[in-house]
Design a protein around this ligand. Structure first.
Ligand SMILES: [Zn+2]
Length: 574
């Protein structure tokens, strides 16, 4: 293979100099952007010329798109997912000379030579002698995309062998290949809509009928984003019909809501989608909820760390999860990560010494060593009935996915009072609403407060995208609206995301949990049983050191991890 001899005139005319590099480093440090990106901008070179010049400056061999195509990636040594995440690929060089040693034949191609943390991670992953090479990140991405479509094509062959169809739910193949295949435009539209949503990490996909056609929105990090649509009422109907076919629903029925599910094969695994079709005055809307079991259990490992709570909060939660009996209640609106907190607690306390049984609707993630029972209302297996059966199964710890009716509430409280640890969620806006919810469900206040150890209220807030984070100075209005003045905000490091390709222009990437925890000690129990006003309960909680969710959020603003706008969106100023 040719390691290029810099034949491009551009690179000669504007070579990257150490001075320009120093300038890029300063600017990168100020803006929090990667040095490589800033340097490329400052250089004004086209990508190929930039890589050549950079390679010369940093003493690496440079590879272009053609070179990458000529080599075979070793995904068994550096997995495909790691390659995508690290913008790097381990290549077997073409064998042109027998005399070359093994070391010359493994090339670890990276896009960013300035990221030493990345190089360490790669070294740890690969653990083989390699020759480091540079390529442009676009070329690496294109190369990975090409190999992904190849792998998908292989997957397709395997599933057609009938290996993968262990149950009756139909599986839709999603890949760049299946999208570009010769099928109808509507099928292609549905496939690419689902594929893009999964790639973008969407939790829900909304297809909304309008008078002109269909509008598509993805929920990413808890917020709906409009991503496109389809023109034409006929096409819209066909797209909804296609979703119904995929999830084995009645295509002819257009006036009543229908629920179903389907599986798609994408990103190297099977992903379940829960489908809800709803008739409207215009047409029908579809919402597909992504139940990506593997994403949580394998990509991140289920633990309490996943939600990114502050360390002090985390250790309090852990301490309470170790309690031998009583009720641990998690509360928050839909999509606030309640279930993830429960799963995190269970996987941490699941040491094989206790019998742990769960009842859930649906079972979202499979936990090894835990008996998990899915609610099945059609067959009469409700939360209440399941919970009663569980109690005859000699459990130590019980997780009830959600308490939403009086019967379940009663049994759960009784179980907690009779020596079981009960982990559960209830839909409420804050810890104080929870008390009211239980009384409304007919649980007497005395049993409730005796059973409960702790109530955790939580939200997920979006954190600023690290790729486009810059300093920010919020205006007076926003400060006042957020309960801050100039003096109080003096020690805040305000930041914001400008919006970039990494965050789909939103300025936010990923989420973190914020929480408040109300511990039930005797003083607190007395106040609640005496029906003391909320203000008094709040005062006692504050005295005991309970930090409100708002305060937890403001700490993240102060540290420049999120914005005032985001905290105001998610929590109310009390
Ligand atoms: Zn960004």
């Amino acid at each position: 293979m040719n390691m290029h001899d810099l034949p491009i005139a551009d690179a000669e005319a504007h070579p990257l100099t150490p001075v320009l590099l120093a300038e890029a480093r300063t600017l990168a440090a100020q803006t929090g952007r990667p040095v490589i990106e800033v340097l490329e901008e400052l250089s004004s070179l086209v990508p190929d010329a930039f890589v050549l010049a950079l390679a010369r400056l940093m003493h690496y061999p440079a590879l272009n798109a053609l070179d990458l195509n000529a080599m075979q990636p070793l995904f068994d040594r550096l997995s495909f997912n790691e390659s995508v995440a690290l913008q790097a690929v381990l290549m077997q060089a073409p064998q042109e000379s027998d005399r070359e040693e093994q070391i010359q034949q493994l090339r670890l191609v990276i896009a960013d030579p300035f990221d030493h943390g990345l190089q360490l991670r790669l070294q740890n992953s690969v653990r083989l002698p390699v020759q480091w090479c540079l390529a442009h990140r676009n070329d690496i991405a294109t190369c990975l995309q090409f190999h992904e479509s190849q792998m998908r094509a292989l997957d397709h062959v395997h599933t057609e062998d009938g290996m993968d169809n262990e149950d009756q739910v139909p599986v839709e193949q999603l890949s760049l290949k299946s999208i570009s295949e010769d099928s109808s435009p509507v099928v292609r539209f549905v496939r690419s809509t689902l594929y893009d949503a999964l790639k973008a990490g969407a939790s829900d996909i909304h297809l909304e009928s309008t008078v002109h056609g269909l509008r598509v929105k993805y929920r990413i990090d808890g917020v709906l984003n409009e991503v496109g649509g389809l023109n034409g009422v006929m096409q819209a109907e066909q797209a909804i019909s296609r979703i119904k076919v995929m999830s084995e629903l009645d295509i002819a029925e257009r006036r009543i809501p229908q629920d179903g599910r389907c599986k798609v094969h994408a990103l190297g695994r099977e992903i379940d989608l829960r489908v809800s079709i709803m008739p409207s005055v215009i047409g029908e809307d579809a919402v597909l909820r992504v139940l990506d079991r593997k994403a949580l259990s394998e990509a991140q490992g289920i633990s309490l760390e996943v939600l990114g709570f502050a360390p002090a909060m985390l250790s309090q939660i852990r301490m309470q999860a170790e309690a031998p009996y009583g009720m641990f209640l998690v509360t928050g609106p839909t999509g606030s990560g309640k279930t993830t907190t429960l799963y995190g607690m269970i996987s941490e306390i699941n040491k094989g010494e206790d019998k742990i049984v769960t009842i859930e609707d649906p079972v979202e993630y499979q936990l090894p060593g835990v008996l998990q029972i899915p609610v099945n209302e059609k067959k009469g297996l409700t939360f209440a009935r399941g919970l009663r059966s569980i109690l005859r199964h000699d459990p130590d710890k019980i997780m009830v996915g959600e308490i939403r009716d009086g019967e379940t509430a009663q049994i759960a409280v009784q179980s907690a009072l009779t020596g079981h640890l009960v982990l559960t969620t209830v839909h409420a806006n804050n810890v104080f609403d929870v008390i009211g919810r239980f009384t409304n469900m007919g649980v007497d206040a005395y049993s409730f407060v005796s059973a409960v150890n702790v109530i955790l209220a939580q939200r997920l807030i979006r954190v600023i995208c690290p790729y486009c984070k810059v300093d920010d100075s919020p205006d007076q209005d926003l400060l006042l609206k957020s309960g801050l003045d100039e003096k109080a905000s003096a020690h805040y490091q305000f930041k914001k995301g400008q919006g970039c390709g990494q965050c789909h222009g939103s300025g936010y990437k990923g989420r973190k949990g914020i929480a408040e925890l109300l511990l039930f000690d005797d003083a607190m129990r007395e106040l609640i049983v005496a029906k003391a006003p909320i203000s008094q309960i709040k005062a006692l909680a504050a005295k005991a050191g309970t930090r409100t969710m708002r305060e937890a959020g403001m700490a993240l603003v102060q540290a420049g991890e999120t914005t005032l706008q985001e905290i105001n969106r998610v929590t109310a100023l009390s």
